[in-house]
Design a protein around this ligand. Structure first.
Ligand SMILES: Cc1cc2nc3c(=O)[nH]c(=O)nc-3n(C[C@H](O)[C@H](O)[C@H](O)COP(=O)(O)O)c2cc1C
Length: 318
């Protein structure tokens, strides 16, 4: 039985739904030694900022039960060096490139968008708004609807490619933040970034990370991620969602899709197993065949109908 893994994220069509999570795959060169990048749905690159950043001091990573804490601090070469050194190689591979950007001010997002506008080889942008907004006392952009909308609008008003807003789960109502991003022109949302966490070394009696706190990722956060995807899908219906947080296997990908994701990113799992993503793609084919399902897209959101659609159907306007 032939199965169809292709998915659509607005105007963007991917040959399969499994993509890399930003920051866990750099810009692809290292991973190309392990497998053919064209087996991926897309490569989502490490977030770049306007200027180069050295990142935070070590130790920057700590293992936790079923997960990992990191406080890398957006180390990156800056957008110009990334455009010169990394993008040309990646764009020559047979895989869509979703470029991730991050800023400290709304203006920085706008300037990054101008720098990346019409650059060949970029299929879409993922806007990491899960970082502190220096104009707003260091509160994270994606913790407020207003700040989220402003940062996203600064990008969508400039570029023509699809834009995905990457949100933090550390909020009370993630669906309202997602709605603000979509109202500001985002094609879809990426859910979720890491959760803020902390671990303490009993011998040194100090935090395990030099920065004190860091982002928690890996299997420990999967239920939080599935919940976020489900809530946003129920609220926003057809808006494309790239789900992530603890996904490792084909079964994890299916769970995200049933929750409402159109595509699924795998991040932390690739540190332990660089081939986790191509293995998950192969596993999807087996899973669909075993369950007599001709296409993955049919399973999207099957775990719960979007509220708006269900209401329209009840009212006879669907
Ligand atoms: C080491 C590391 C670096 C990360 N860097 C970024 C980044 O630069 N930009 C971003 O949007 N997310 C970044 N993330 C978050 C991941 O893209 C992803 O949202 C999160 O780790 C949850 O997925 P996972 O459990 O599969 O890793 C990073 C995560 C890790 C573990």
């Amino acid at each position: 039985m032939s199965v169809d893994l292709a998915v659509e994220l607005g105007p963007l069509r991917l040959r399969n739904p499994v993509v890399t999570a930003s920051g866990c795959f750099a810009s692809g060169r290292e991973m190309a030694r392990f497998f053919d990048l064209s087996t991926l749905g897309a490569v989502v690159t490490k977030s770049v900022t306007l200027e180069a950043r050295a990142g935070l001091p070590p130790p920057r990573m700590a293992e936790t039960a079923s997960g990992m804490l990191n406080a890398i601090g957006l180390q990156n070469p800056g957008v110009d060096a990334w455009l010169d050194r990394d993008l040309p190689w990646l764009a020559a591979q047979d895989v869509p490139v979703i470029a991730s950007i991050a800023g400290r001010t709304v203006d920085e997002y706008g300037l990054l968008a101008k720098r990346l506008k019409d650059v060949p080889g970029i299929a879409a942008l993922e806007v990491n708004i899960s970082c502190p907004n220096v104009e707003d006392r260091g509160t994270v952009f994606a913790c407020r609807t207003g700040a989220s909308g402003e940062a996203i609008a600064a990008v969508t008003s400039t570029v023509d490619v699809p834009v995905f807003a990457k949100l933090t789960p550390d909020v009370t109502d993630i669906a309202s933040i997602a709605a603000a991003a979509v109202d500001a022109g985002a094609t879809g949302v990426s859910l979720i970034n890491t959760l803020l966490g902390m671990a303490i070394d009993l011998e040194t009696r100090r935090p395990k990370l030099a920065a004190g706190t860091g982002g928690l990722s890996g299997p420990a956060i999967k239920p939080v991620a599935i919940r976020a995807v489900h809530q946003v899908h129920r609220a926003l219906g057809q808006v494309p969602i790239i789900g992530m947080g603890g996904a490792r296997t084909a079964e994890d990908v299916i769970e995200f899709v049933m929750g409402g994701a159109s595509a699924v990113a795998i991040g932390t799992a690739t540190f332990a197993d660089p081939c986790a993503i191509p293995d998950a793609v192969r596993g999807l084919v087996h899973w669909l065949r075993r369950h007599d399902e001709p296409s993955l897209a049919r399973l999207r959101g099957i775990a719960g109908a979007p509220v708006r659609e269900a209401r329209r159907a009840r009212e006879g306007t669907a």
